[in-house]
Design a protein around this ligand. Structure first.
Ligand code: ATP
Ligand code: MG
Length: 312
């Protein structure tokens, strides 16, 4: 099953690993393939900036025929959720109560469960009149800790709510998240020791939560441009062994950075291998090369093509 045939993709990973870039690359690719796509982030405007737009806020904002942007506001989502549960009239009374508003922010798991509710509302096959239906909703969820708290929240909050409609909705949200045909998590990583460890940890936690891992992206991989013989000559030069390499002093200075870069690429390839062997069979892992240019929308489309090739 293609990643793009799910209804909801949650993109997560450690800070700075490329979550926003990968979410945008997947969204633009899925839209180019003919899907109606909503690309959302939680409480920020990084995506609208990337697309050269002003802030979009908590509104589904079409930017072309097939792609819309949104910044999900958890507080807004919480009010929508409660309005849906208790009705508009009761919600209005509650909304005027300062204590209630404090509770809304403080109740463990409530914000997260409401954010999940909002995402699932956006990803529904059938929505209200005048509401657009999307084939795919992609959410740039931000850091892994937050994503995990969100995925755990229906259980946390559902237990707190005991019986009743909130519990029922929390159970529905859990069931959607565990449905491999509907929901997949995309984890971004860098080819370094700690991010690889964390990615393997995340993969394990997703298994415990019974949520599908649809794709692991290893971003900003350095490619080694040297053959083994070339690397040996560069190492000899960088070590100052002019005789072994038969070169000049200038070449020695030039060789040092090449040697460092080559060693780094080798280490990264090792980390990539470690990640591959630590992940369950069948989890697609896509390395993305480190780009020298600033990553604008054109670059993002090149990354999107690499990703699409791998998840088909
Ligand atoms: N393959 C790549 N090659 C070079 N630069 C990249 C690549 N992917 C992403 N970047 C750059 O790395 C930086 C971090 O990427 P991005 O903002 O997508 O990460 P993030 O995980 O969303 O970060 P944050 O945790 O801050 O939200 C950005 O400046 C982005 O343009
Ligand atoms: Mg980001």
């Amino acid at each position: 099953m293609s990643l793009f045939d799910r209804r909801l993709l949650l993109v997560t990973g450690k800070g700075g690993t490329g979550k926003t870039t990968v979410a945008a690359a997947l969204a633009r690719r899925a839209a180019a393939d003919g899907r109606r796509v909503l690309l959302a982030e939680i409480g920020g405007e990084r995506l609208s900036a990337l697309f050269g737009r002003g802030p979009v806020g908590h509104h589904e904002t079409p930017i072309d025929d097939r792609l819309s942007l949104m910044s999900i506001d958890p507080i807004h989502a919480a009010h929508d959720f409660l309005r849906g549960q208790v009705g508009a009239a009761v919600h209005r009374v509650m909304f005027q109560n300062r204590l209630f508003n404090l509770t809304l922010v403080a109740a463990p798991g409530l914000r997260e469960v409401c954010t999940m509710d909002a995402m699932w509302d956006l990803a529904r096959e059938k929505r209200g009149r005048r509401q657009p239906v999307y084939d795919l909703v992609i959410v740039d969820v931000a850091a892994t800790g937050h994503a995990m708290a969100m995925l755990r929240s229906p259980a946390t909050y559902g237990d707190l709510a005991r019986g009743g409609p909130i519990r029922k909705r929390a159970d529905e949200i859990s069931a959607h998240a565990s449905d491999r045909a509907r929901t997949a998590v995309v984890v971004c990583a860098l080819p370094e020791e700690t991010p690889v460890n964390e990615t393997l940890e995340t993969a394990g936690k997703l298994g415990d939560l019974d949520v599908g891992l649809g794709l692991v992206v290893v971003n900003q991989l350095r490619e080694t441009l040297l053959t083994d013989a070339g690397a040996a000559a560069v190492d000899a030069l960088a070590g100052g062994d002019r005789e072994a390499a038969g070169q000049t002093g200038l070449a020695v200075r030039a060789a040092a950075p090449v040697s460092v870069e080559h060693d780094r690429a080798q280490r990264e390839a090792g980390q990539l291998g470690r990640l591959r062997s630590g992940l369950a069979d069948g989890v697609p892992l896509v390395p993305l090369a480190r780009r020298d240019e600033e990553v604008d929308l054109d670059e993002i489309d090149l990354l999107g093509a690499e990703l699409a090739e791998a998840v088909r």
